[in-house]
Design a protein around this ligand. Sequence first.
Ligand code: ATP
Ligand code: MG
Length: 347
Amino acid sequence: MFEHARLKLTLWYLTIIMLVSGFFSLIVYRGFTKELGRGFRTQALHAVPGRIFVPLHSRFSRILPFVIYPDEIPPEEVYEIINLAKRRFTLQLFIINSGILVLAGTAGYFLAGKTLQPIEDMVDEQKRFVADASHELRTPLTAIKSEVEVALRDKKLNLKDAKTLLTSNLQEVDKMKNFFDYLLSLSRYESNGKDLPMAAVDLTQVFKQAVRRNEPLAKEKKIDIKENLAKVIVKGHSEGLTELISILINNAVKYSPEGKNISLITRKAGKRAVIEVKDQGVGISQKDLPHIFDRFYRADVSRNKTKTDGYGLGLAIAKSIVDMHKGEIKVESKSDKGSSFTIILPA
Ligand SMILES: Nc1ncnc2c1ncn2[C@@H]1O[C@H](COP(=O)(O)OP(=O)(O)OP(=O)(O)O)[C@@H](O)[C@H]1O
Ligand SMILES: [Mg+2]
């Protein structure tokens, strides 16, 4: 598909360049033939003093627009000389234009490739995204389908079994809902981020709400959340910032063994707000660090060692929220030692 578009674009580039080149060649050609006529006249003027010039009203007048001297040079000879010069000049222009055609074709093909590359990358990314999203949705749907099929085949299905089935189905539906919520957040902050209202936001309030969202899981894992929050006001989108902090706290709790601590820190550094979320969890290996902000990326360790649920979308959303605020997000981590996420926002 893109090769076809590339060739088409090259053709457009070529058409434009050749039109411009052809136009200039015509102008140069016209100028050349005029100068040729002028040259002949000057030569004749200097050759015989007192010569009389007569205006030429013949087919030469197009080439020699001024005058000609029929007494000295026979018109046929002038015509021959001029025609030869014209032919040579036309050949030269043809060679130059052919060169331009080849060069413009090569450069145009290269440029078309460069122009289309970001679009091709974007389309590839979208395709990958649709494939990954479809895969994530297939899993709960397949589970629901097979459970219902088994239940329907069971002739002795009682109310208790039916309720167990419905509870399990509801869990799968919840997972799908969470997934759709994630997708909505991603599209909201990635594409429409610029249209979302920005206002003065108190980070203490943001942290309060984000902690509240993650309290049940933290309690379940006996994880203590330590807060060291200075009064910092930033210009931002309150809901987005709450989601950002909540994603980081959720990861910190999710990827920490029971009984560990999490520290939440906010401070001002000049005109910037600095936010830190630190944990003493499983950490992230050097191999995974460059990819954790990619959509659907989940490090192996989180699957194998801690067996946590997730889609690998949290940090992709976090990154788009930080980008929307023109901020920066950094991570430092060591396997089995813990991770520290730092966000810098313009205050
Ligand atoms: N605090 C952390 N400690 C250790 N690993 C982490 C931490 N935060 C993120 N990771 C790693 O980065 C990966 C991507 O995180 P992300 O939040 O995007 O997805 P997730 O937590 O797997 O799923 P979800 O979409 O539910 O958030 C995780 O799978 C995990 O391996
Ligand atoms: Mg997560």
